[in-house]
Ligand binder design. Structure first.
Ligand code: NAD
Ligand code: IPM
Ligand code: MN
Length: 351
């Protein structure tokens, strides 16, 4: 029997609750499909930071390296500044393990009502391919003249040819398997250097994929189009910041962040990939037992897929669909079920 070694980092806030539910579902999927998980528990979180002064130990990345994947809830909580918690844990994992693709698919799940009137499920299937290792998320820059009238902050973005090419190529390959349509999020009409460069790389790679209908759209107009004409979109590729924002919009049009999964992929597989949903630690509902575990559970299905357990991945997705269709839902989807009752129902629905 195959045993997968998974590093589990529930993190902060609702991350702890939803990871617990997802692990139960994944363990059960394993027992039904002939494999199991050896979970290594890591308490790396803001709570740990407040006790020890560090989000993770100095050799934290080494501790993760030998796992088949990392399964993460959410990082960040009031009391620790976000730039401290995120640069102390989440971003170093994405970068050190060259997880340069952040894959964020959404679809309208059974029984969930889209805030967009009159849209059927097949008009609302979108996948965002977000650049995940460079771009606007850079540590280059700083704050100056603190407290002075002329105080200012400088932020530099870094776009490399290697970094831009590899994520765009990934998006073209994905579009090829999904009906052949790809839209690049750009802002080349802005007075910035990075996007004309991004567009140039996009155009040169597009020439290698004549079978994929490709286009580019200014990210502001694209944001509006996701709401007004989501049926005209399929795969979208965007920079780190654009992809971040567009992925929350895509989640919103299928009912909210509670159901949106994600995967930080290292396509070369020379380091572990990391599976964490689009949403964060949701401090506004943390500790109330009402967080929707579906996003984390579908993130688990993406991890199963990555591990090659495609039948189990499909079974988990089908169990989620069945439970939502039956009306068992958390308050974000208009129901009154708890995190645990939704998780249990999904485990029980697994076949
Ligand atoms: P958030 O995603 O945590 O919450 C936004 C809104 O969505 C809130 O109203 C929340 O209650 C709701 N929501 C999110 N997930 C939900 C779920 N599973 N079920 C029901 N409702 C859900 O975003 P935020 O408030 O901007 O960020 C909170 C903290 O999380 C910050 O510290 C932020 O930096 C961090 N964060 C971490 C990650 C990550 O680790 N991957 C991702 C996003 C945000
Ligand atoms: C996400 C989050 C993170 C990001 C934050 C918490 C740094 O919003 O995973 O979408 O912007 O990458
Ligand atoms: Mn985000």
């Amino acid at each position: 029997m195959t045993t997968y070694r998974i590093a589990s980092i529930p993190g902060d806030g609702i991350g702890v609750d939803v990871v617990a539910q997802a692990r139960e579902v994944l363990d059960r999927a394993g027992s039904l499909h002939g494999f199991d998980f050896a979970w290594t528990d890591f308490d790396w979180s803001c709570e740990r930071f407040l006790k020890t002064g560090a989000m993770m130990p100095a050799d934290g990345l080494d501790q993760l390296r030998d796992h088949d994947a990392v399964f993460l809830g959410a990082i960040g909580f009031p009391g620790v500044p976000d730039h401290v918690s995120l640069w102390g844990l989440l971003i170093p994992i994405r970068r050190a393990f060259r997880q340069y693709v952040n894959l964020r698919p959404v679809r309208l799940l059974p029984g969930v009502v889209s805030p967009l009137a009159g849209r059927s499920a097949d008009e609302l299937e979108i996948v965002i391919v977000r650049e995940n290792s460079e771009g606007e998320y850079s540590q280059i820059g700083g704050r100056h003249n603190s407290g002075q009238p002329d105080e200012f902050a400088v932020q530099q973005a870094v776009f490399t040819r290697v970094g831009v090419s590899r994520v765009i190529r990934y998006a073209f390959e994905l579009a090829r398997t999904r009906g052949g349509q790809l839209c690049s999020a750009t802002k080349s009409n802005g007075i910035i250097h990075s996007m004309p460069f991004w567009d140039e790389v996009f155009a040169s790679i597009a020439a290698e994929y004549p079978d994929v209908r490709s286009e580019q759209s200014h990210v502001d107009a694209l944001a509006a189009r996701m709401v007004l004409r989501p049926d005209t979109l399929d795969v979208i590729v965007g920079s780190n910041l654009f992809g971040d924002i567009l992925s929350d919009i895509s989640a919103a049009i299928v009912g909210g962040l509670g159901t949106a999964p994600a995967a930080n992929l290292n396509p070369e597989r020379d380091f572990p990939s990391m599976f964490e949903p689009v949403h964060g630690s949701a401090p506004d509902i943390a500790g109330k037992g009402i967080a929707n575990p579906v996003a984390q559970i579908l993130t688990g299905a993406m991890m199963l897929d990555h591990l090659g357990e495609t039948a189990a991945a499909e079974a988990v997705s089908a169990a989620v669909d069945a439970v939502l269709a039956s009306g068992v839902r958390t308050p974000d989807l208009g129901g009154n079920a708890t995190t645990t009752s939704v998780g249990n129902a999904i485990s029980e629905a697994l076949k």
